[in-house]
Design a protein around this ligand. Structure first.
Ligand code: ZN
Ligand code: ZN
Length: 240
């Protein structure tokens, strides 16, 4: 008699594997792991009760991609992380993960390190930097120098901003324009440059936060399977 169990990663309830709808791709991957001497387990399977209760959403492994050999995700649950830039807690919700990994084609290894707000700031800064580099190749008229100045001002690089805006002012012949730019230079002249890097690079404060959450669940599932006497639970290589 078969004693293969699927264990829910969220409530640790178990079912006979054959009575679940665990997808074929998961079986195939597990066979590969099994051959490599790993524990056979669907580490993030969500039971129908937990799914109905909204604890986690069922994933669709066929739609996922990953860069290195690993398991597909069978479920997505809300993930709490700490933003590497603002240090605030942020939620990477199950629905967002589904969009991220199954619709946008982001590899499963990629985990956001930053909250949505900071990601948006980094994205905007990078776009501004690309525009700045284009402009700096061959700035021609007053408009170009003004754009350069305003991008530097937005990046709180006031010395460079003032320098570019002064050049823009010198290129203008219209006295109104000259006056407007002079006022802008006066406004920025005495501001100190920001010591922050620009564009911000999102460093990783918690690279394995999400993985840790997954690994904890995987260990709990594995312990439960050992307890159940699941005939497919093997020792991990480091325990052999
Ligand atoms: Zn469950
Ligand atoms: Zn943030």
């Amino acid at each position: 008699m078969s004693r293969e169990f699927a264990v829910c990663a969220y409530c640790l309830a178990h079912r006979f594997w054959k009575d679940t709808d665990l997808p074929a791709v998961e079986r195939a991957n597990q066979d590969r792991y099994l051959r490599a001497g790993w524990t056979k387990q669907a580490a993030d399977w969500v039971c129908p009760a937990c799914e109905a209760a909204g604890v986690a959403v069922r994933a669709c492994p066929e739609k996922q991609v990953w860069e290195t050999f690993r398991w597909p995700a069978l479920s997505f649950a809300d993930f709490a992380g700490i933003c590497g830039l603002c240090r605030e807690n942020f939620l990477f919700s199950a629905a967002e993960q589904q969009r991220f990994y199954e619709e946008s084609g982001v590899p499963l290894e990629v985990v956001p390190n930053n909250c949505g707000g900071c990601r948006e700031i980094v994205r905007r800064q990078k776009a501004a930097q690309v525009r700045l580099e284009e402009l700096l190749v061959d700035p021609a008229g007053a408009e170009d120098f003004e754009s350069i100045g305003e991008i530097y001002a937005g990046a709180q690089r006031y010395k460079k901003a003032v320098e570019a805006l002064r050049r823009a002012r010198n290129l203008h012949t219209d006295p109104n324009e000259k006056q407007r730019l002079r006022a802008r230079v006066d406004e920025l002249r005495d501001k100190p440059d920001s010591p922050e890097p620009w564009p911000l690079s999102s460093y990783s404060s918690n690279p394995h936060f999400y993985n840790e959450q997954r690994l904890q669940r995987a260990d709990a599932v594995r312990d439960k399977r050992v307890e159940l006497g699941d005939r497919w639970v093997l020792k991990r290589p480091d325990e052999a």
